[in-house]
Write a new protein. Structure first.
Length: 116
């Protein structure tokens, strides 16, 4: 059983930056593909970014491409999301996600609010 704990959310003005962290425990972190999802009020949860366990390759939603960067540090059992040039539409709860084959885990989420 893997536990994921997000941190780093908060209130920021449009154009600002935040760095989210996700600390994993209870499993072998390096075997999991890791990702970030978000859910805005009244909307479904959506994919933001993912990073492969194999070669560190990354994928991003079009809405965050060139603004957000996902990274991982297997020595610290952590994944990060650097968010730059934040927009009000980035306001959401951000969730950390780990998966391998059909097994997946979610964190509790961290709130990100971007004011205009």
């Amino acid at each position: 059983q893997v536990q994921l704990v997000e941190s780093g959310g908060g209130l920021v003005q449009a154009g600002g930056s935040l760095r989210l962290s996700c600390a994993a425990s209870g499993g072998t972190f390096s075997i999991y593909h890791m990702g970030w999802y978000r859910q805005a009020p009244g909307k479904e949860r959506e994919f933001v970014a993912r990073i492969s366990r194999d070669d560190g390759s990354t994928n991003y939603a079009d809405s965050v491409k060139d603004r957000f960067t996902i990274s991982r540090d297997n020595s610290k059992n952590a994944v990060y999301l650097q968010m730059n040039s934040l927009k009000p539409e980035d306001t959401a709860i951000y969730y950390c996600h780990a998966h391998i084959f059909s097994t997946e885990y979610w964190g509790q989420g961290t709130q990100v609010t971007v004011s205009s």
